[in-house]
Design a binder for this molecule. Structure first.
Ligand SMILES: Nc1ncnc2c1ncn2[C@@H]1O[C@H](COP(=O)(O)OP(=O)(O)OP(=O)(O)O)[C@@H](O)[C@H]1O
Ligand SMILES: [Mg+2]
Length: 247
């Protein structure tokens, strides 16, 4: 395991029942960095996050988080170690208000009042638009506000590493910029981030390293400058285009 890696994935195979998706996937996320994970639709990005967070059991390979082997561990144990997953599609309780959704982020923790208050203060400071509307029902918030709330809910547990699956999906460009700014602030505060994004340029703008996936395998990684100078992105996305049947 490389020295400062907080998350280290090696030779990972996983999929859905007998259907294999990930094949021999390696990934290393250094503490205190933002790592971007990009690749075309169906490449296996969400499957990788689901396997790391314990929702899918790998059929081969290793996953280490903060030095602990977690491959095949139950999701709640992985959460308790400080690894949080904000899934695609903002799974909020739409009929509950902002504050209650944040409270649900603390489910199962036993914090004293003072610490709970610090957690709310932290996320309300990070997302002022949530602080303005603590009693608003999640379901009536804009897409951007819902995405902020989904991230804030995960942050209530003060994760060491947060994995975000396409936080920019469906958001206006200016809101995407706000989300990216929040991620940079989180990194500055010491949180490690694994960011799955279709908005490749925006992700490379804030990332320390990036990994490129195609067809269930990792086809390469590097610094944003290396990725921009090379042809991995073009290969990953053109590959997907050429796989489509020609009409
Ligand atoms: N629940 C599921 N059951 C069976 N196969 C699935 C399931 N979810 C995803 N797959 C398949 O696994 C492969 C990888 O999908 P995955 O969702 O991990 O890709 P992705 O890189 O996240 O794509 P996207 O950019 O569209 O979110 C695809 O072939 C997909 O059809
Ligand atoms: Mg996905």
């Amino acid at each position: 395991m490389s020295e400062a890696a907080l998350l280290e994935v090696g030779g990972l195979d996983a999929g859905y029942g007998p259907v294999g998706v990930l094949r021999g996937v390696d990934l290393s996320v250094a503490a205190g960095t933002i790592v971007a994970l990009v690749g075309s639709n169906g490449a296996g990005k969400s499957t990788l996050l689901r396997t790391v967070s314990g929702l899918l059991r790998p059929s081969a390979g290793t996953i280490a988080f903060a030095g602990e082997a977690i491959a095949g561990a139950r999701p709640h144990r992985i959460i308790d170690l400080g690894l949080l997953h904000v899934a695609e599609g903002r799974r909020l309780f739409r009929r509950q208000d902002v504050h209650s959704n944040l409270e649900l982020g603390l489910y199962g923790t036993r914090l004293d009042r003072g610490e709970e208050k610090r957690r709310y203060d932290f996320v309300y400071d990070l997302f002022p638009m949530l602080a303005e509307r603590p009693a608003a029902l999640a379901g009536i918030l804009s897409g951007g506000q819902q995405q902020m709330l989904a991230i804030a809910q995960a942050l209530m547990r003060q994760p060491r590493l947060v994995m975000l699956d396409e936080p920019s999906l469906g958001l206006a460009p200016i809101v995407v910029d706000q989300v990216m700014a929040v991620l940079q602030r989180l990194r500055a505060g010491g949180t490690t981030i694994l960011l799955v994004e279709q908005m490749v340029e925006q992700a490379l703008d804030i990332a320390d390293r990036a990994y490129v996936m195609q067809n269930g395998t990792m086809i390469g990684s590097g610094t944003p400058a290396e990725i921009r100078a090379g042809d991995l992105i073009r290969r990953a996305y053109l590959g997907a285009v050429s796989d489509r049947p020609v009409p």
